[in-house]
Design a protein around this ligand. Structure first.
Ligand SMILES: *Cc1c(COP(=O)(O)O)cnc(C)c1O
Length: 372
């Protein structure tokens, strides 16, 4: 009996991408095997972090690496490291930041909510956020003025499709912070497919989710400067205790990074494009539905299918179609951020051909008739 049958859980079709409330991703078999194998054994955990971190760093071209429970945890412990360093007394004192620089500069357009406001992930360490710029964006001189204020411990930048506004580029923001001797933490949770670009910014710690496109068990992979990564790991003896990675997460993250090395990214990208084109063509044959491929706005090597629904011909607005899909059996989840403009978006990366067909069939049933 599979898990869904045994526990009465519904099979979900997730066309919403690496969405945490839907279980994020599907892990490839070799990574599952490595993760399961880890659970059979004891390890010296410090040695495991050191060896796995060393190998992850080597494979990704980072100076050093370690693994935390997830990226949200990584943000909190990286901020703690910026405040306390590897100093045992300071680590024990947090989240009381008395006597430490406690401000983390964040551009207003980077104050995203990934299920939790990023600001709270910062505050959990005892730090506070100093906002630079406003909803329209931030100019380099405004960011620099913030970085120059008393008590600043770090700059946090977020590379995500959730951010908004016209912000200072990551490379320029890093240069400004470094000119003032401040470390930079880069949250690139869902950006592991373009890790070389994130590392090239020169950020002191780049954080990517293991469980998003990398498809490992839940893990936050921290890549960066050797002493800063060591200070991040040192927080496990303090507030980071509740944010540590388990042996299965560390081995799973390592196995996923190794698995990624075996992937021909161009070929992978071409296959995903062909799937998206086939899906777009099939959905586009329905009356009142027109489809197009849209490149990932954060420059990942893949496309989403955007479908525009004509309310009059479909008999209902796009938002209602999304709700009917989610209420159906199996429940189908799509991006509905643009539903008010008549558009639903589909990310198909981890779906099988049968699941892609089920989505088209269900929409066809809802919309009711074939294109004439
Ligand atoms: C998903 C996400 C996070 C949180 O990652 P977890 O690994 O789930 O903690 C943080 N920041 C951004 C931009 C994200 O997209």
């Amino acid at each position: 009996m599979n898990l869904h049958e045994r526990y009465g859980l519904r099979h979900i079709i997730n066309a919403r991408g690496t969405f945490t409330p839907l279980g994020v991703s599907r892990t490839p078999e070799p990574v599952i095997e490595a993760t399961a194998e880890a659970l059979r054994h004891f390890f010296d955990m410090a040695e495991l972090q050191r060896v796995a971190g060393g190998r992850i760093a080597e494979l990704t071209g980072a100076e050093a690496a370690c693994v935390t429970n997830c990226v949200a945890a990584g943000i909190t412990v990286a901020v703690a490291a910026a405040m306390a360093g590897a100093d045992a007394a300071r680590i024990a004192q947090l989240p009381d930041p008395a006597g430490m620089n406690r401000c983390v500069v964040v551009q207003a357009g980077h104050l995203v909510n990934f299920g939790q406001p990023v600001e709270q992930a910062v505050r959990l360490s005892g730090a506070e956020v100093l906002t630079a710029g406003d909803a329209d964006g931030c100019l380099p001189e405004i960011l620099d003025a913030r970085l120059a204020e008393d008590g600043v411990a770090a700059l946090l930048i977020v590379d995500s499709r959730l951010s908004w506004g016209d912000n200072v580029s990551a490379a320029e923001a890093v240069a400004l912070a470094h000119a003032r001797g401040l470390p930079v933490i880069l949250d690139g949770a869902a950006q592991d497919l373009r890790l070389p670009a994130l590392l090239a910014t020169g950020a002191d710690a780049v954080l990517v989710s293991g469980q998003k496109y990398l498809s490992s068990p839940t893990a936050g992979i921290v890549l960066g400067r050797t002493d800063f990564v060591a200070a991040i790991l040192a927080q496990e003896k303090g507030i980071g205790r509740a944010m540590k990675a388990g042996k299965e997460d560390i081995i799973g993250a390592l196995a996923a990074v190794e698995y990624r090395q075996t992937l021909d990214l161009d070929a992978w990208s071409a296959e995903r494009r062909a799937e998206a084109e086939e899906f777009a063509a099939a959905l586009g044959t329905l009356a009142g539905v027109s489809t197009r491929l849209v490149a990932d706005p954060t420059h990942g090597p893949f496309w989403r299918v955007h479908a525009d629904f004509d309310d009059a011909r479909c008999g209902r607005p796009a938002g209602d179609i999304a709700h009917e899909l989610a209420a159906g059996d199996p429940p189908i989840y799509v991006f509905e951020a643009d539903a008010a403009q008549g558009t639903l978006n589909f990310e198909l990366l981890s779906l099988g051909a049968d699941e892609r067909r089920t989505i088209v069939d269900r929409i066809s049933e809802i919309v009711g008739y074939e294109k004439d």
